[in-house]
Design a protein around this ligand. Sequence first.
Ligand code: AP5
Length: 216
Amino acid sequence: MTNLILLGPPGAGKGTQAKRLVDERGMVQLSTGDMLREAMASGSELGQRVKDVMARGELVSDDIVIGLIAEKLEAAAGNGFIFDGFPRTLAQADALADALEAAGTGLDAVIEMRVDDAALARRVTGRYTCGNCGAVYHDETRPTKVAGVCDACGSTDLRRRPDDTEEALRNRLMEYYKKTSPLVGYYYAKGQLSVVDGLAEIDAVSDAIAAVLDKD
Ligand code: AP5
């Protein structure tokens, strides 16, 4: 069993690679972004509370996301967890370490997906996802084979995120550099950090991640 954090700025490719690891290795993807979007779609009180914060591209409070992850850690079982978009602050990182320890497990790898900021704007503004199965596409680099139809499940419910605008992306990047990027040093100092080139082709990034996971 492997527990892995995918760390990187908005658009680095965390979700794309997490979905491949789910398909190929039977791991469980825990994406706090997806959980929060599900809460919004369901119209729950939590969804109402986080809607405006997320649309602006700011971070939701630590207690909310730590609570979401704790629930999933108790409920989900599989061949290890992929933490996608969590932790994003030092408080979240400490809470995750405590939760994993309490569950009798720990972290096996933290992979930083390094991408330059200019590429992120192109990736984020060209992204669309399947509202049914969550498959991730891009106008230029990974379009659906048939326009308007999901390759994976055939759904025509293809969506763009409200925070995938240039303005919201500027806030998301600022949040990343102020609050999340210190985690790179934190995990490096713990001896857990590996770095992959997130600018490479999607398959090459998957290969680099597999090399980290299979290195022992
Ligand atoms: P979240 O949903 O986690 O968004 P994010 O971290 O900003 O990451 P993205 O989903 O935008 O990008 P990604 O790295 O998954 O890239 P993807 O694979 O889609 O969070 C959204 C919001 O929720 C936050 O702003 C915050 O408000 C809140 N939130 C979530 N977690 C939180 C937390 N822990 N604490 C507090 N608040 C939290 O790829 C992007 C595009 O690029 C796609 O179109 C894809 O096809 C393409 N692509 C991917 N890889 C490649 C490649 N190698 N080459 C070319 N194109 C590629």
